[in-house]
Design a protein around this ligand. Sequence first.
Ligand code: FES
Length: 147
Amino acid sequence: MSTVEKILLEFEPETRNLLPVLKRISAAFGYVSQKDAQKAAKYFDLPLSRVYETVSFYDLINIKKQPELTIEVCSGTNCAVNGSFEIIREIENLFHVKAGDENNPRIKLEIISCLGQCGEGPVVVVNGKVYTKVTVSGVHGILKEWV
Ligand code: FES
């Protein structure tokens, strides 16, 4: 029995359980694959479109396999004034990626808006871990922790 089948059997096949099941699958694998979405649709006796509708409504559930490393750099005014775009260029050069490119299976570099930690900027978030007062030279040390 697969992990997804075990997750499904933890819940009664009632529509109200669709969201918790999708969250559990996403937590287990990092995303809900097409195959797993089909299994959920069959289990709940729902059209596949309903499963995708639920998945796409919630930001915490991914439908695409996520890259190993997600780097977010704040581009809010305070962070920008203190060098966030220089940090973005440094990361692009370091990993040969472009900010906003969704097709790199290993690394996703995103420019995000203010995180509300303006006095601590530039702010960089790596796989959910927040780093503050980041510098161009300091970002190398941060990223070495992750690669
Ligand atoms: S401007 Fe970067 S946290 Fe507010």
